[in-house]
Design a binder for this molecule. Structure first.
Ligand code: NAD
Length: 454
């Protein structure tokens, strides 16, 4: 059993802390946000993650898990301090390391015994070296502090499962001692461990995330070409997926990736390359394709409708993906302001993301348009002139093609997640545009009707 402190209780820090407690370590989670700390002490999770609250309550009750804003008491006698604070994007694309630097300084001023500082946040290659130097510079007591890298690979929406059943644990260390401490901490998880040096560990995280972003952008690029040449991206993806060299995951075309990681991690790696006088052409292409992809359907709809002014627009899904209430870099955040700017009367549905979205766009008048948050999809679709699908929530997938035809004033659907079968939408009489597949235009619908009459 190790005595562990975790700095930052976001998706990474809190889930790591809870899972460390679950496997038997003594854990204190530290955050600067007092409200959040009080909420966690009351057994509530500040983020939406399956299974998280149950484990928080169980381990808090057993005394293995605690929360505090008092970093000094948490850090002073910890065997290991994990850093899981944010590394957000700066205007030039580089990672903002100020939160990491603050924690490093707090650690240097607090530790009273030898300890391993573990950077879990995603940081540019070389940051661990800087953190170690920084801590040495500010260290108050005569103790040994070493820094190790342990990047996180969880996916939001399945964070607890991904942590307890990770496909691999990457540890980047510069000494036998640091490697042994980290291996000891992860031993109860019984997972494959890949042990490398610190810089390689830092790079593994970016290289992995950016590879996935590239895969998505590649499929979106191919999808756009499919539309032009009459191929179907879903059939193409299916055909590709049987090739084990390619793999079946991350082949879904759509309106681009979002979230707190892919957008910022692609830009950060591109920026790191630039700083080293190298142009990372592949990653740059992934970023460019993604940027264009996000408003692709809006642009198509603009052409079709000329203006959104006074139209009832149903928006289904606001979060960047299902299973989370996180909106960071979500397609909705790009498209909703464009619709509002045009005077749209938006009715937005999201099973858990609406509250967060309302903080950015409060209910009621928003510039030239209005936005209303509804708790059921029928309410959004009833009498709507057009519908946009931004997130593939189960609740949205459950809406039948016939419902669009029956409920909407004009059954016109722009599906950014390729939820529906094109033929079924055609049969139901829905004008339907998706990504990389045959569009069901008004002409196609009319032709189908004529054929039916004959
Ligand atoms: P987050 O923004 O959800 O949480 C960060 C937390 O750190 C906040 O609660 C904040 O109050 C707290 N904090 C800030 N300064 C602090 C300090 N001095 N002491 C203690 N707490 C402090 O962040 P996140 O999404 O968990 O991401 C954290 C890091 O992990 C980032 O580098 C991110 O790129 C990386 N990462 C994120 C994911 C993900 O899916 N979210 C996955 C893998 C890696």
């Amino acid at each position: 059993m190790y005595k562990i402190a975790v700095a930052g209780t976001g998706y990474v820090g809190l889930v790591a802390g809870v899972c460390f407690a679950e496997v038997g370590h003594q854990v204190t989670c530290v955050d600067i946000d007092e409200v959040k700390v009080e909420l966690m002490k009351s057994g509530k999770a500040p983020i939406h993650e399956t299974g998280l609250e149950e484990l928080m309550q169980k381990n808090y009750a057993s005394g293995r898990l605690d929360y505090t804003i008092d970093f000094k008491s948490a850090y002073k006698d910890a065997d290991a301090i994990f850093i899981g604070v944010g590394t957000p994007e700066q205007p030039d694309g580089s990672a903002n390391l100020s939160y990491i630097a603050t924690v490093a300084r707090q650690i240097a001023e607090s530790v009273e015994k030898d300890c391993l500082v573990v950077v879990k946040s995603t940081v540019p290659v070389g940051t661990n070296d800087k953190v170690e130097q920084f801590i040495q510079d500010f260290l108050v007591n005569d103790v040994r502090v070493e820094v190790a890298s342990n990047p996180e690979f969880l996916a939001q929406g399945s964070a607890v499962h991904d942590t307890l059943h990770a496909e691999r644990i990457i540890i980047g260390t510069e000494s036998e001692w640091a490697e042994q401490v980290l291996k000891g901490i992860y031993d109860p998880f019984n997972l494959p461990i890949v042990s490398v040096n610190r810089r390689s560990a830092e790079m593994i995280k970016y290289a992995s995330n950016d590879f996935l972003a590239l895969k998505i952008s590649y499929m979106n690029d191919i999808a756009n070409l499919c539309e032009l040449v009459g191929a179907d991206i879903q059939d193409v993806a299916k055909g590709m997926s049987f090739d084990s060299r390619i793999g079946g995951k991350f082949l879904n075309a759509g309106i681009g990736y979002g979230g707190s990681c892919f957008p910022k991690d692609t830009k950060a790696l591109e920026n790191l390359a630039k700083q080293n006088n190298y142009e990372l052409k592949t990653v740059k292409a992934a970023i460019d394709v993604n940027q264009d992809q996000k408003t692709k359907l809006y642009k198509k709809a603009s052409k079709r409708l000329i203006t959104f002014s006074g139209l009832k627009v149903a928006v289904l899904g606001l979060t960047f993906k299902p299973g989370t209430d996180d909106l960071r870099e979500a397609a909705s955040l790009e498209n909703v302001p464009l619709l509002l700017e045009q005077g749209a009367d938006i009715y937005a549905y999201d099973p858990i993301g609406a509250e967060n979205f309302a903080r950015v766009h409060p209910e009621g008048k928003n510039g030239k348009g209005t936005i209303t948050y509804v708790s059921n999809i029928d309410h959004a679709l009833d009498g709507a002139n057009v519908c946009f699908i931004f997130t593939e929530w189960g609740e949205v997938k459950a809406v039948t093609p016939e419902t669009y035809k029956k409920s909407m004033r004009t059954p016109l659907v722009y599906d950014g997640r390729n939820i529906y079968n094109v033929e079924e939408m055609l049969q139901a009489g829905v004008e339907y545009y998706s990504i990389g597949r045959k569009p069901i235009t008004r002409e196609v619908l009319m032709e189908a009707k004529t054929l039916e009459l004959h």
